[in-house]
Design a protein around this ligand. Structure first.
Ligand SMILES: Nc1ncnc2c1ncn2[C@@H]1O[C@H](COP(=O)(O)OP(=O)(O)OP(=O)(O)O)[C@@H](O)[C@H]1O
Ligand SMILES: [Mg+2]
Length: 305
């Protein structure tokens, strides 16, 4: 029986549009290839995780996405447009970020820090600011109102007049998020947002990231806290020695043997029994003592300049 069935309107809900599309991104520093041929997409409505050992190239990749570095090879598009190779232009295009090593204006107030984050969204020019006419005052009032709204959103409204340097570490990280949001991004990149936070702060940050996504902002997050990552992310990509090793949902990534070997080191649950340990030790003893390739960790370094 042949029936002329009209194409049913039951296609799965269209995934969000691709907001970030990185193709073949490679970043070399002299002889070192920190990021190698990485393809990466983020769609609207997604929270995507980027994990990998120290020195894997995660921050470098962020720097390639945000104009801090110009990739040696490859192309990065945001909503279809190739990104300009300048940080402030990338921010203006709609990508905001926080930094692994917090970058706040320590001697400015919390509110002022957020206002700085709004500069790409305020139209008032130099003369208007100097002459301080009615246009300037209106724009300034609107900016302050928006900045206060964002401080409330991250839970810092009571600290608006405090100096940034007097905030505890966890709150400084939240202030960085508020400042990034002040540029009204469509995509937010978070580089280790819970580093140095206690478990309670980490949990509120998790909720904050969900709330950000619910506002229609896609999120790409680097973290070493696996519980945080796997609770939060729709999709996780693993970078090892600059290459994307695996990408998938939490279960896929957690169960991937290569990820366990390369990064996680051991299974989350069911630590190996004595038998398996003995087996591994025997295999290691039998293996030739080849070059040690486990020393990629570069603890405590700050590379996102
Ligand atoms: N500006 C730079 N010049 C030279 N080498 C760099 C530069 N930035 C990063 N690197 C090197 O690139 C590699 C990747 O570093 P990157 O900071 O991106 O790693 P990461 O995955 O963010 O690590 P971590 O988890 O420790 O933050 C490292 O070997 C690092 O030393
Ligand atoms: Mg890093």
């Amino acid at each position: 029986m042949t029936t002329e069935t009209p194409i049913p309107d039951t296609a799965p809900a269209a995934p969000g549009e691709v907001v970030l599309d990185a193709r073949g991104v490679t970043m070399r520093f002299g002889g070192l290839t920190a990021v190698r041929n990485v393809d990466f997409t983020v769609r609207s409505g997604e929270i995507v995780g980027l994990i990998g050992p120290n020195g894997a190239g995660k921050t470098t990749f962020f720097n390639c996405l945000t104009g801090l570095y110009i990739p040696t090879e490859g192309e990065v598009r945001y909503k279809g447009q190739v990104l300009p190779p300048k940080s402030f232009k990338v921010t203006a295009a709609g990508i905001a970020r926080t930094f692994q090593n917090i970058r706040l204006f320590a001697n400015m107030t919390v509110l002022e820090n957020v206002l700085v984050g709004r500069h790409t969204r305020t139209k008032e020019g130099l003369w208007s600011a100097l002459l301080r006419g009615p246009g300037f005052h209106r724009a300034e009032a609107a900016s302050r109102a928006r900045a206060m709204e964002l401080l409330e959103f991250v839970g810092l409204e009571k600290k608006a007049e405090h100096l940034a340097r007097n905030l505890p570490y966890g709150e400084q990280r939240k202030l960085e998020i508020a400042r990034a949001l002040a540029s009204e991004p469509g995509l937010l990149l978070l580089d280790e947002p819970t580093a140095g936070m206690n478990p309670q702060e980490t949990r509120t940050t998790e909720e904050l990231v969900f709330a950000i996504r619910d506002k229609g902002i896609a999120v790409l997050v680097i973290e070493h806290d696996m519980r945080f990552i796997f609770n939060l992310c729709d999709r996780v990509a693993v970078l090892v020695q600059g290459e994307k090793l695996v990408e998938g949902d939490s279960a896929t990534v957690q169960g991937d043997e290569r990820v366990i070997a390369a990064y996680l080191g051991e299974p989350f649950e069911n630590a190996p029994g004595d038998e398996e340990v003995a087996e591994v030790e025997a295999a290691e003893a039998a293996a030739e003592p080849e070059a040690d390739n486990t020393s990629d960790a570069v603890p405590g370094k700050e590379n996102d300049r």
